[in-house]
Design a protein. Structure first.
Length: 317
């Protein structure tokens, strides 16, 4: 945990015995999902809750490793990763209602399918990843369920490549990934769903992949590996203001960005970079709009000392 007042990192008890792939906070407690079986010395399969003092398990945990977490209503939703888990043929979206877990399975079972992200918007649950069917319904890499907890999954027209990230502004859903077309709409790496139709965002993003998207209530930020957005030259970070693309502060990062967060004032970025524009920053930085390096993150990959766990982005994909 980072304390901006003291400028220091602290561990959360003894951490986990495996990878942490996703974090979510509901205003009271922190939830962690990943590929672990112990949290703070307590048995906790794939998902655990931190109440500020101790880690606790959520029942027996979801059916397989948890790649993404999202809150909606009174439920916690988990995007399941079937890779390197046992049993091998369980992937999809799991729902924790405070008492039990339920699973909507993804298909096909003979590939390394997984849910890269889940998002909740206005009573509807969305899932993005690498799959061809979810909950028994044909859907290519994108699907929605309304009501979020009891509805039937439905196709959203499909994307012709992986969907790595989902974001929302309270009304619209944004999907980013490694695609060039969504439901017949030309959209390079990023697209917007208004509840009924997909649209592109200008001439979109040109490059390799969008790994993370985030909306702060005014602007959409995207991060990944790309060099152009809407005809604007930039590196790995871009901002969409609703009508056009711009740089975020300086010229971007020298290497890929995997993570974004916003505290209402500042934008935080995480990845494998060593510089953001002209500022030296090892793997994490803040833009507000001044770019500030945040010390204390080392090594650039793997476990952070003191916590007993590591936070994994999409670096292995």
């Amino acid at each position: 945990m980072w304390d901006p007042a003291s400028g220091t990192w602290t561990n959360l008890a003894s951490g986990m015995n495996g990878l942490v792939c996703s974090l979510a906070h509901n205003g009271t407690n922190l939830y962690a999902g990943g590929k672990f079986s112990v949290a703070g010395g307590v048995a906790a399969t794939y998902v655990a809750m931190w109440d500020g003092t101790t880690w606790t398990s959520l029942g027996g945990g979801p059916a397989s490793a948890c790649w993404a977490l999202a809150f909606g209503g009174t439920n916690l939703y988990c995007g399941n990763d079937k890779r390197n888990t046992s049993p091998q043929n369980i992937a999809g979206v799991s729902t924790w209602n405070g008492t039990t877990w339920t699973l909507s399975r993804a298909w096909p079972y003979n590939v390394a399918n997984l849910m890269f992200d889940v998002e909740y918007v206005g009573g509807t649950l969305y899932a993005g990843g690498n799959f061809r069917m979810l909950g028994g319904v044909g859907a290519t890499n994108l699907a929605m369920r309304n009501p979020a907890d009891t509805g039937t999954w439905a196709s959203m027209g499909g994307a012709n490549g992986y969907v790595y990230t989902l974001a929302q502004d309270g009304t619209n859903l944004y999907a980013g990934g490694m695609f060039t077309n969504v439901a017949g709409v030309d959209a390079s790496l990023i697209a917007m769903w208004n509840g009924a139709n997909w649209t592109n965002l200008g001439s979109s993003v040109q490059g390799f992949r969008v790994y993370r998207a985030l909306h702060d209530g005014r602007n959409l930020y995207v991060a990944g590996t790309f060099t152009n957005a809407g005809g604007v030259a930039l590196n790995n970070i871009a901002m969409w203001n609703g009508s056009s693309w711009t740089n975020v502060g300086d010229l971007g990062t020298n290497v890929v960005v995997y993570a974004l967060a916003h505290d209402g004032v500042n934008l935080y970025v995480g990845g494998k970079f060593t510089n953001v524009g002209s500022v030296a920053a090892s793997c994490v930085a803040k833009w507000g709009p001044e770019i500030v390096a945040l010390s204390g993150v080392a090594p650039s990959e793997g476990a952070a000392t003191g916590g007993g766990s590591s936070i994994e982005g999409l670096r292995d994909l």
